[in-house]
Design a binder for this molecule. Structure first.
Ligand SMILES: NC(=O)c1ccc[n+]([C@@H]2O[C@H](COP(=O)([O-])OP(=O)(O)OC[C@H]3O[C@@H](n4cnc5c(N)ncnc54)[C@H](OP(=O)(O)O)[C@@H]3O)[C@@H](O)[C@H]2O)c1
Length: 299
């Protein structure tokens, strides 16, 4: 059985979507209004009865404060969810010895490196969101070290929620041209690919193919390949045959309250080798997303 918190967010909705393809797995989805991860009592009330059953229970935490720029002006709110809430969740999971799958961000990295980051590389979070996400990872691993899997991911998009791809589709339909940053390099992640991979990991562990203890620690997941935001915008318009012209600009021409890393490509060798995952190339997943949005890719 899998309990998904933050179930109405982008990734949470992707878990709901892929759950339909796995009828053999039982899911319990809790939105922010149904389960606030900052409330210890509510966490206990929800988790205790589920944990007392005979089925193994995993907790997949999709709840987070994700407003990267807004976090700069409300650090306490970001900290409350991304660090304190995660700490409480980890404490409850430790009490019942439940695997906790938690998501973090490529924004914990910030260096002039141009080689994909390994999970062991030094972190340099810039900004409140990145710092609170790192603090949350650390809290989870401190309070529940043996069964917390922290998956750092990047540039998440899907047919659900707010994300860069949907913003491009909207603005691209309204404007003849669009300025997009070309000097931030990373890997887009189609959220349903991430959700599918977590379910594959769950099945492998539940079936005893991979020991549960292997989950512990930090992992990277993103789609294969590398892009700038400019490349991603160009691909969206190309596949949709939209005439909007993308104008490459530098980050200095598009100042934001929170700094983003100039390069945050994640090395995914660890998760691929331990769990034998096949991760799609980002362009293929982008086409899949556009198809799901209802605008069939032209090629
Ligand atoms: N989006 C990206 O580009 C990206 C990149 C790297 C990593 N990540 C990580 O991936 C994970 C999923 O992100 P996402 O894109 O799905 O974010 P999202 O769409 O913002 O979803 C987060 C969800 O958490 C809920 N939430 C907020 N505070 C909560 C609380 N106290 N208790 C329970 N739920 C709460 C939100 O509810 P409300 O909307 O009602 O507040 C929302 O439904 C996060 O950990 C994020 O840091 C995302």
């Amino acid at each position: 059985m899998i309990l998904v918190t933050g179930a109405n967010g982008q990734l949470g909705q992707c878990f709901q979507k892929v759950a339909a393809q796995h009828p053999q797995i039982r899911f319990v989805f809790k939105s922010a209004s149904e389960l606030d991860i900052t409330q210890l009592k509510s966490l206990k009330q929800t988790i205790a009865p589920l944990a007392s059953g005979t089925e193994p229970l995993w907790v997949v935490n999709c709840a987070a404060y994700t407003a990267v720029d807004k976090a700069e002006s409300e650090p306490a709110n970001a900290d409350k969810v991304n660090r304190l809430g995660v700490k409480k969740l980890a404490q409850i999971c430790a009490q019942y010895q439940l695997p906790l799958i938690h998501f973090s961000t490529d924004y914990v990295y910030h260096s002039k490196n141009n080689l994909p980051f390994r999970e062991t590389d030094p972190v340099h979070p810039k900004g409140v969101y990145a710092r609170t996400k790192l603090a949350g990872e650390r809290a989870a691993l401190q309070y529940h070290p043996n069964l917390t899997m922290v998956i750092r991911t990047s540039w998440v998009y899907s047919e659900f929620g707010h994300n860069f791809v949907k913003t491009m589709l909207r603005l691209g339909a309204e404007r003849p041209n669009l300025k997009v940053v070309v000097d931030q390099i990373g890997s887009p992640t189609y959220a349903p690919d991430l959700a599918q991979s977590v379910l594959q990991i769950y099945q492998q562990v539940v079936e005893g193919k991979v020991p549960q203890q292997s989950l512990a620690g930090i992992w990277h997941f993103a789609n294969e390949g590398v892009a700038s935001w400019y490349d991603l915008a160009c691909a969206v318009f190309e596949y949709q045959k939209m005439s909007c012209k993308v104008v490459p600009i530098s980050s200095s021409e598009y100042p934001t309250p929170a700094q983003r890393p100039p390069f945050s490509v994640l090395d995914k060798r660890k998760i691929k080798s331990v769990f034998g995952l096949h991760i799609p190339y980002w362009r293929e997943s982008l086409k899949e997303c556009l198809k799901e949005i209802g605008l069939t890719p032209k090629h």
